[in-house]
Design a protein. Structure first.
Length: 338
């Protein structure tokens, strides 16, 4: 009976680790040189020469002014419309200023972010077989076989850094299992993200079309015709936002800024104590640095700071690699358990 019960515990532990790892492998993303809010936004700059605007009319249609931006809930209660002005000369798209519209997922619907750590402990004298416990906001799952203990630690909305999370977990394991820190091997330590809203459930094209029609009908925007509205709405999707990836008018069509002739693209700068920016006139290349850079001052508004957005292919590759690495970790843990 005891052996059968222990076998069930081992099976449950294996199942928990495998399922947990697979889910995190899908949810895990690496945000390198990227404003996370850009992933949940669609942004357009109405720089078409014929387009004029009366920004003061925004108040009449329900927008609230916050410093240099205007904000209103869109026809979808999960998405805000954020209107601001951008300098076209800084984009190399002409002179003067143009209206920028950003459709952004509300903060309460953004993915919950946290940290995940997987550790292997040697020489642990404990009777723990499978055990789950929460301590100071961090959840732990212990599983033991042949004197070796595997520990999975996870937390969401942690106030400290990833290194502070690691230090807190190590200290807890040391005292919980009465071992030395050198007996603990870190198998994995990463930032994780768990979605709250399926972005595919949001009809971005409909939102953009309806909001543009309202702005045209309220005389906020003039000179934008129906074909423009259809084209802008048709390509609407999250991720086309931020300095490099927002949609602009170029050579007779609406296209992401990085696909224009000579875009002044933001690149990440390696920084220590200060934040810097750099520009280039080449086609965008995904940057793998962990450092972030701010956009020019005109972009530093309440809804976040625009940064370079990796290509969709790079995002898919990143998720695939992260999932594969976590799967390898799970495989080693499962071997030790069974």
């Amino acid at each position: 009976m005891g052996y059968a019960l222990m076998g069930k515990f081992k099976f449950i532990a294996v199942l928990m680790v495998v399922m947990f790892t697979l889910v995190l492998g899908l949810a895990y993303t690496v945000s390198a040189c990227l404003n996370p809010l850009d992933q949940y936004s669609y942004e357009i700059v109405l720089n078409k020469p014929e387009v004029k605007f009366n920004i003061e009319n925004l108040i009449k249609v329900g927008y609230n002014r916050l410093d240099n931006v205007y904000i209103k809930q869109s026809v979808d209660s999960r998405v805000n419309v954020i209107v601001s002005l951008v300098d076209l000369d800084k984009l190399g798209l002409g002179t003067g200023r143009a209206l920028s519209l950003r459709f952004q997922l509300k903060n309460e619907y953004l993915p919950t972010r946290g940290y995940l750590g997987i550790f292997y402990v040697k020489n642990a004298s404990t009777s723990i077989t499978v055990h789950a416990v929460a301590e100071n906001g961090i959840s732990y799952v212990f599983s033991k076989i042949n004197g070796r203990v595997n520990v999975v630690a996870i937390v969401f909305n942690y106030r400290g850094t990833l290194l502070e999370f690691e230090s807190q977990v190590l200290d807890y394991i040391v005292h919980k299992l009465n071992v030395h820190e050198e007996d603990i091997e870190m198998l994995s330590l990463s930032e994780i993200s768990v979605p709250i809203v399926d972005l595919k459930s949001i009809e971005w094209s409909t939102i953009v079309k309806e909001e543009l029609k309202e702005l045209i009908g309220s005389n906020v925007i003039e000179g934008l015709n129906i074909s423009d509205v259809e084209e802008i709405s048709k390509i609407a999707k999250p991720g086309l936002a931020g300095w490099n990836s927002r949609v602009v008018y170029y050579n007779g069509s609406w296209t992401p800024y990085y696909e224009t002739g000579s875009p002044m693209l933001l690149k990440c700068a390696i920084i220590e104590e200060t934040t810097e920016t750099s520009t280039a006139t080449t086609k965008p290349m995904p940057t793998s640095t962990l450092f972030e850079t701010l956009s020019p001052e005109t972009e530093q508004v309440e809804y976040g700071v625009s940064r370079e957005t990796p290509s969709p292919l790079m995002k898919v590759a990143t998720i695939f690699i992260a999932g594969a690495l976590l799967s390898v970790v799970a495989w080693f843990i499962v071997r030790r358990i069974v």
